[in-house]
Ligand binder design. Sequence first.
Ligand SMILES: Cc1cc2nc3c(=O)[nH]c(=O)nc-3n(C[C@H](O)[C@H](O)[C@H](O)COP(=O)(O)OP(=O)(O)OC[C@H]3O[C@@H](n4cnc5c(N)ncnc54)[C@H](O)[C@@H]3O)c2cc1C
Length: 383
Amino acid sequence: MKQYDFVLIGCGLFNSVLAERISNILNKSVLIIEKRDHIGGNCYSEIDKNTGIEFHMYGTHIFHTSIKRVISYINKFAKFNSYRHQVLSSYQNKIYQMPFNLETINSFYKKNFSPDDARKYMKEIIQKDSFQNPKNLEEKAINMVGKELYEAFIKNYTSKQWGKKPIDLPSSIINRIPVRFSYNEDYFNNCEIQGIPIDGYKKLFDNLLLNKKIKIILNTDYLKIKENKFKPKYYTIYSGPLDRLYNYKYGKLEWRSLLFKKKILRKNDFQGTSVINFSDIEKKYTRIHEPKHLHPERKKIFNSNKTLIIYEFPTQDNSNPYYPINTLENRRLHRRYKILAAKQKNFLIGGRLADYAYYDMDMTISAALKLFDRISKKITRAL
Ligand SMILES: Cc1cc2nc3c(=O)[nH]c(=O)nc-3n(C[C@H](O)[C@H](O)[C@H](O)COP(=O)(O)OP(=O)(O)OC[C@H]3O[C@@H](n4cnc5c(N)ncnc54)[C@H](O)[C@@H]3O)c2cc1C
């Protein structure tokens, strides 16, 4: 059996960037082993056969960044369209803009505030209900936006998303709830670039993994193959969850998961935008995605009389991990597994699953490029 220079476990964004760098810059061979039947990990997109609409299989992914190194890297592999992301939230059958801005405040409180009026008003209502030492997510959120906005937009949405009441969630889950005192509704307005790859995420991954020195094996769980079957010359790089790698020796890390239900409609446009959040508790789903809005430049598909909508339901399913549950206990547990990984010879870890962290795509790319720098130094020194 051929010995590869590197064996990469998982074909998500983290390892795809590493495979690209290792093959193109170091001229070394790479074997990627992927459990799923496709490349691209959670960023994967595909074309729905019935409608021709490209959709993101694991939830809408908007590329956005201001990291210079990531911009110059990703531009070599994809061109981005001019999509600007806007977040809308449905509460009692009315749509409001997110993050909270002047339009949300005026529309919710039925006012016509100027920026200064709104600032003053929000300060007063926040002071009215604020907690001196917020003990949980609910108290922290009320301190940031006041009780009424919290109850309308955050309380039930958070309960559905995390499967727990906000009073039972640690305040550390939220850092900041942005409130804009302007009508700016561009969600990533402070990012240098944002958009969707014009040819889709699948094509972006095809471009990253083009080098003939990269071999990909799909439908193969690394943890179910014989140890040492694919021993590389240099490193194994693992991008899956650490608890599973060590057979849950210290216990299970908790994750929130998502379930998606697709529906095709015989109409041009269902909701007029790519994603709407639903904050009412009666609606079990948290979002409806309508992916045709991500590619308005694909005019024929965009104007067709069919659309695809996808309902998103949060679930607790550790076998399909999406969001780490960032409690102190989980972080401690993860640290113990990390110590085990650090002791393994010629073994490296990274990516959102192994690091038990929520990384946006730009952070994932940045982390992969940094790991590549380390590997590259070691390999070139050894040669
Ligand atoms: C719902 C959701 C929406 C998001 N939206 C955005 C967004 O709008 N913008 C943005 O910038 N970021 C977004 N992200 C973040 C983005 O998805 C991540 O940054 C990116 O997917 C991380 O890549 P990764 O390679 O670390 O992990 P993954 O994409 O999870 O790839 C890991 C791969 O490893 C494989 N694997 C695991 N264990 C094994 C094993 N034992 N054997 C073989 N293969 C294995 C998995 O099958 C998977 O394919 C979103 C994330 C989620 C969950």
